[in-house]
Ligand binder design. Structure first.
Ligand code: ZN
Length: 188
């Protein structure tokens, strides 16, 4: 089922999400819904808070970016109870966008290498390193679990320039080709 994507201004996007247990109700269906919603909106990642659930879970499928980075060929994964334990490597600036902030793309600086602990959809534990584009996609989605949006990480000048636009977006002044949920609960 395609779920509405929460838009900047929604409280859920600012909460620190909680770990879940193995008996979390209807987890498999929820993961399926996350993937379906992500594909429907042409995203390469989607975090649970973006569909109004404050739990530490996100999915990624960056395989469509294979042409830009061959290492992304099979980069389709589920991250449950994700915790980044190390960030290292160079700090690189790259343009990012977010389904929760339609129409905005800005340069964001991030480390090129991370170490992350998580469980997959079969509750297998992983403690892994990721680099390059994979590390970037993970860090963007991971930030959603901590209530952080990429527009929090832009330069002070860009932040000032964005202020009015972000306010407009939170009030519903934007166009998106996918189903959305505004901060006041309106679904469009
Ligand atoms: Zn995002």
């Amino acid at each position: 089922m395609v779920l509405p994507v929460s838009i900047i201004g929604a409280n859920v996007l600012r909460q620190v999400a909680k770990d879940i247990d193995k008996d979390y109700p209807k987890l498999k269906e929820f993961i399926d819904d996350l993937f379906e919603t992500m594909y429907d909106s042409d995203g390469v990642g989607l975090a649970a808070p973006q569909v109004n659930k404050s739990i530490r879970l996100f999915v990624v499928d960056a395989s469509p970016m294979e042409e830009e980075d061959p290492e992304l060929k099979d980069f389709k994964k589920v991250f449950i109870n994700a915790h980044i334990t190390e960030r290292s490597g160079d700090i690189i600036s790259m343009e990012e966008g977010c389904l929760s902030i339609p129409g905005i793309r800005e340069e964001v600086k991030r480390e090129t290498k991370i170490r992350i602990e998580y469980y997959d959809e079969n509750w297998e534990f992983h403690d892994e390193y990721f680099e390059g584009m994979a590390a970037r996609v993970i860090q963007h989605e991971y930030d959603h679990l901590d209530g952080i949006l990429f527009t929090d990480k832009v330069s002070p000048l860009t932040k000032r320039l964005l202020k009015g636009k972000l306010r407009d977006i939170s009030r519903g002044k934007f166009s998106a080709h996918y189903k959305v949920r505004l901060g006041d609960g309106r679904v469009a």
